[in-house]
Design a protein around this ligand. Structure first.
Ligand SMILES: [Cu+2]
Length: 185
């Protein structure tokens, strides 16, 4: 017991000396190994950015209608709508939110293949009187009116040729979250 205390004191003294001169054990300061860095308390890793969500797919129901909803969280219920090429497309959009239309209205606009939803939405912001659908937009294949809470509308499109057709809600600020693709195949 006694010798252990002495040992501890010796080690302590040597450690203090080592810090003071870096020469404990007769090594020159240059030869002293760098003290191992104190273990750093690992900070909680920041949450990884959310992975791109897998598309939620919607297809026509038994009546041949794709049922899509939009909510107060600025989300469509599907981000990918799969239809058969060469068949008429019917998509029902229902606004299932409760917020007023002026604050959280939704529409469904389908664009021609190759069109970009974001620049379209930027143009559409100025078209409030026409429910955020610019009258002169040539890339629009079809659209619903702007829907308030509890409202729904049916959008019918002529048969699509195989391809990918962007869709979006053009209410100001919604395009970042409310876009998707209609895939005809
Ligand atoms: Cu919207």
């Amino acid at each position: 017991m006694h010798s252990r205390v002495v040992d501890v004191r010796l080690i302590f003294a040597c450690t203090v000396f080592a810090y003071a001169t870096a020469a404990c054990g007769g090594q020159s300061p240059e030869a002293a190994p760098a003290p191992a860095p104190a273990p750093v308390e690992k900070a909680a890793a920041p949450a990884p950015p959310p992975a791109p969500a897998a598309p939620v797919i919607a297809t026509p129901d038994a009546e041949g209608i794709v049922r899509l909803t939009a909510n107060d969280q600025m989300r469509f219920s599907a981000t990918r709508i799969e239809v058969k090429a060469g068949e008429k497309v019917r998509i029902e959009l229902k606004n299932v939110g409760v917020l007023p239309k002026e604050a959280m209205g939704h529409n469904l606009i389908v664009l021609k293949p190759g069109s970009e939803a974001t620049p379209f939405a930027a143009k559409a912001m100025a078209a409030k009187v026409t429910d955020y659908v610019p009258a002169d937009a040539t890339e629009v294949l079809g659209h619903t009116k702007l829907l308030g809470p509890g409202e729904s509308a049916l959008l019918e499109l002529e048969p699509l040729t195989a391809g990918s057709y962007p869709f979006l809600c053009s209410f100001p600020g919604h395009v970042g979250l409310m876009t998707g693709q209609i895939v005809a195949q």
